[in-house]
Design a protein around this ligand. Structure first.
Ligand SMILES: [Zn+2]
Length: 328
């Protein structure tokens, strides 16, 4: 008898516990939200889509700003110092981050999102344009950048391939769940919904690229940010500066060589981006007799209200702009 009663009681307690566990939305989160840092705007948007309002998210390099050439401020150091999670692309995209982490005394977990992805080496897609190697480097900003050698062995611009972005979103989800189990259900649900949107985006981009005959799919841009895009959506890529916007200004001879490549590629348009000065591409377009397309969103989101205000919008805008400009 007592055994049965105990057993019924135990079953009741278990059922009650399960019911509580199944109601994550109603659980109070009185504790302070997890402090999370994302290094730049595009990554910040990916994290925000998974975390929503459950974390205190700060982004170091904001919309329209260039991560390659970023110079951290004392405020960034303070932001990093109390972050529990630090999301970064890695592959030397944030070349300033190691020093900033060290000087800030940050103890948070660093999540390097290119880890585990199959990365392209710069050499693999760099053979057509060697402009940035051996640039004269007549820099007038007085900065002590090393010009063309600032980038690493691997290409960090993985976000231009949506299938790789989906993998990064899964890692963001897993890191948030591990660090903040209290809100695990929200992270899982948000990530699942976002990954569906990303899957649709990827399919749309593959479909849109097909509108262009293969012979027209050549993308000539300011710097080498579109290798993953080219690999995924079927474009040949070439650039003026090579791997990073930190490359030294190309010499007159290098510009002349690129003008010849633009002419040989027989493209109707070339492309500037939202983190580089467009003057170089304007000059090349003018001298090669092609048009300069509206700038693409490459290494940063656009300002709020712009066509590039979110990752989803920026990717659609880029493809639409590319297809339109290369159709003419
Ligand atoms: Zn870049």
């Amino acid at each position: 008898m007592p055994f049965t009663r105990t057993r019924i009681f135990t079953v009741f307690i278990c059922a009650a516990l399960l019911a509580v566990l199944a109601l994550p939305v109603t659980r109070s989160t009185a504790q302070t939200p997890l402090k999370v840092v994302a290094t730049f705007s595009i990554l910040g948007d990916l994290v925000a889509n998974v975390a929503a309002d459950k974390v205190d998210l700060k982004v170091l390099v904001g919309a329209g700003s260039d991560t390659h050439t970023y110079e951290p401020s004392p405020a960034d150091s303070a932001t990093l110092s109390d972050a529990a999670l630090i999301f970064e692309i890695g592959a030397e995209f944030e070349s300033w981050l190691d020093a900033l982490v060290e000087s800030s005394g940050a103890k948070g977990t660093r999540i390097v999102l290119t880890e585990g992805l199959e990365l392209l080496k710069f050499d693999e897609h760099d053979d057509a344009d060697d402009m940035h190697k051996g640039g004269e480097g007549d820099k007038d900003e007085g900065e002590d950048h090393d010009g063309e050698h600032e980038h690493g062995e691997f290409d960090p611009h993985v976000w231009h391939d949506v299938s790789l972005t989906i993998k990064m979103v899964e890692r963001i989800r897993d890191a948030l769940v591990a660090a903040d189990a209290e809100n695990a259900d929200a992270y899982m649900l948000n990530a699942a919904a976002y990954i569906i949107e990303l899957g649709l985006l990827d399919a749309d981009l593959l479909f849109a690229a097909e509108e262009l005959p293969e012979a027209r799919r050549t993308l000539i841009t300011t710097h080498d940010t579109f290798a993953y895009f080219g690999a995924r959506y079927g474009f040949a890529v070439d650039s003026a500066l090579g791997a990073t916007t930190e490359a030294a200004d190309p010499s007159a001879g290098e510009i002349a060589a690129l003008i010849e490549r633009v002419k040989a590629a027989n493209v109707p348009a070339i492309f500037a981006d939202n983190v580089s000065n467009p003057r170089l591409m304007e000059q090349i377009a003018r001298e090669a007799g092609v048009s300069l397309a509206p700038p693409l969103f490459t290494d940063a989101l656009g300002e709020a209200g712009s066509e590039g205000e979110s990752y989803l919008k920026m990717m659609r805008y880029n493809m639409q702009t590319i297809v339109e400009a290369l159709s003419k």
